[in-house]
Structure formats: C-alpha cells, structure tokens
Design a protein around this ligand. Structure first.
Ligand code: CAA
Length: 258
C-alpha cells in the first residue's frame, strides 16, 4: 500500500509512523486511518521492530475526525459502517509497545488515538481536548471511557462536557502524559525512549504491556493472578537467564528476543 497521508519509516529497531495531512491538521479521513492501520500491522509483524512511535507535526498531532467527511453522514450510514470502529482501533490490537509523541493539538479522535497508545510523551506546546460537544457530537473512539480511567471522572467530565483544552503541564499533572519535552526535541526524545524499550527483550516488553493493559480490563485479584502467571512464564525465556547472568557478571545484557 502506497501511503499519501502518513510516513512510515524505520529508525533502527524503532518504527516511526508520522501523520502527514498538514492541510487538515492531520484530521482522520478514512484514507488516513486505513494507512495508519496498515502501517501499524506491518510494524507489529516486522521482526526488526521492537517499539513504535506514533506522531504528528509540531502544530498538530491530530485535530480529530475529519469533520468535512463526517458532517453529512446519517445515522444509518454510521451504524451500517460501524463508523470509526472499522479502522480506528488497530492501535489497541498492536502487541508491541507504542509511544504517542504529541505536539500541538490532540483533539477529539486525536486525543483518543493518543490514549490508545501505551503512553504519551508530550511536547511543551501539546493541547488535549475532547471538543466534540462544541460541534454537536460526543466522543466516539474511547474518549469517555479511556480518559475517565486515566485522569478520573471529574477531569474527564470537565473535558468532555466543556470541550476545553488541557495544556501539557496539566496533562502531566493528572497522569494523561508520562513526560514533557521541549517541542523541538520531541521526535528525538520519543525515538530515544523507544530505542531503550526495543533494546530490552522483546517478548518481555510485550508481556509487560499485556499485563499492564490487563489492569484496565479486570479486577485487582484477577489482574495480580494474571501478572503472576506471566511473571512465571518469563523464566522460560533465554532472555531471563541472560539478563540476570549479565547483572551478576557486571556486564550489559545482550537479549536475543527468545
Ligand atoms: N476536520 C476537518 N478539517 C479540519 C479539522 C477537522 N477535525 N480540523 C482542522 N481542519 C482544517 C480546517 O478546516 C482548515 O482547513 P481550511 O484551510 O481548508 O479551512 C485547516 O484544517 C486549518 O485549520 P484552522 O484554520 O481551523 O486552524 P486554526 O489554527 O485556526 O485552528 C484548531 C486549529 C483549533 C485545531 C481548529 O482547526 C479546530 O478546532 N478543529 C476542529 C477540532 C475538533 O472539533 N475536533 C473534533 C472532531 S470530532 C471527533 O474527533 C469525533 C470522534 O471522537 C470520533
């Protein structure tokens, strides 16, 4: 598939996917989301890739669903095509870690896509919002659900009911983003963090991601049981032996991803 709305590049073991539809501030047209889905699937299946970075431009990570494409749809249109489920949720199915590197606007579906990634590194100019209510709609790609789980009911209600923008500092304070970096350094920093993850044992990073995500799907006691079983399974990996032996021998481990 030739891409027109995104760039997909490899930087060593890091897959970098850049939303690239500047004329619409990376608003999610069907084509853009089809391309994102295709690129994520390819990176996930690529043995050379250990971690993925998903980013936009310095002005906009993404301004949400394409309002011009969406405005005239009827109920039966959106119901029949299961609008946005079709090609919007690939990020939640990817098994390798995905970092959202957010600069500028992350609005509506843009904020929701960032929330589907494993964690968010924000530039100091990042702005998050669920402004759907201001255009006669409501969040439809997890905004009312993931946002409430990540930042709590009060802030999520505030954002979804007023449509206000949250800046990077507030987003970090309330746990929406994991770290803030100067906007000119976002790409380099995100790739550096992704490379650090990619250098660890790949199966262990994937198991860890699966276990953390389980915390959002199950009870505490079930989640802890799941974590214990996954933890036990790590001892079947050569990488566990290598990691612990390297510590004892005071050298850097050399993980083989098995
Ligand atoms: N859809 C389609 N086009 C969009 C867009 C969107 N979501 N956001 C911006 N654009 C387009 C603008 O129409 C404009 O195009 P033209 O030059 O052809 O007029 C271009 O991008 C630049 O935008 P602005 O001129 O508006 O730029 P600005 O700097 O003045 O403002 C902004 C930037 C605050 C992000 C503003 O564009 C804006 O408010 N955008 C809409 C944000 C929004 O409401 N997003 C939610 C969408 S609904 C959704 O996502 C549903 C869901 O949950 C699934």
């Amino acid at each position: 598939m030739a891409y027109e709305c995104i760039l997909a590049e490899k930087d060593g073991e890091v897959g970098v996917l850049t939303l690239n539809r500047p004329e619409a501030l990376n608003a999610f047209s069907d084509q853009l989301m089809d391309e994102v889905t295709d690129a994520l699937k390819k990176f996930d299946a690529d043995d050379d890739i250990g971690c993925i970075v998903l980013m936009g431009s310095e002005k906009a990570f993404a301004a949400g669903a394409d309002i011009k494409e969406m405005a005239s749809k009827s109920y039966i249109d959106v119901y029949s095509e299961d609008f946005i489920t079709k090609n919007w949720e690939e990020a939640t199915r990817v098994r390798k870690p995905i970092i959202a590197a957010v600069a500028g606007y992350a609005l509506g579906g843009g904020c929701e896509l960032a929330l589907m990634c494993d964690f968010i590194i924000a530039a100091d100019n990042a702005k998050f919002a669920q402004p759907e209510i201001t255009i006669g709609a409501m969040p439809g790609a997890g905004g009312t659900q993931r946002l409430a789980r990540f930042i709590g009911k009060s802030k999520a209600m505030d954002m979804c009911l007023t449509g206000r923008m949250m800046d990077a500092q507030e987003a970090e304070r309330c746990g929406l983003v994991s770290r803030i970096v100067p906007k000119g350094e976002l790409r380099a920093e995100a790739i550096k963090v992704a490379r650090q993850i990619a250098d660890f044992s790949r199966p262990i990073a994937m198991l860890t991601k699966e276990a953390v995500n389980r915390a959002y799907e199950t009870t505490l006691s079930e989640g802890v049981r799941f974590e214990r079983r996954v933890f036990h399974s790590v001892f079947a990996l050569e990488d566990q032996k290598e990691g612990m032996t390297a510590f004892i021998e005071k050298r850097k481990p050399s993980f083989k991803n098995r």
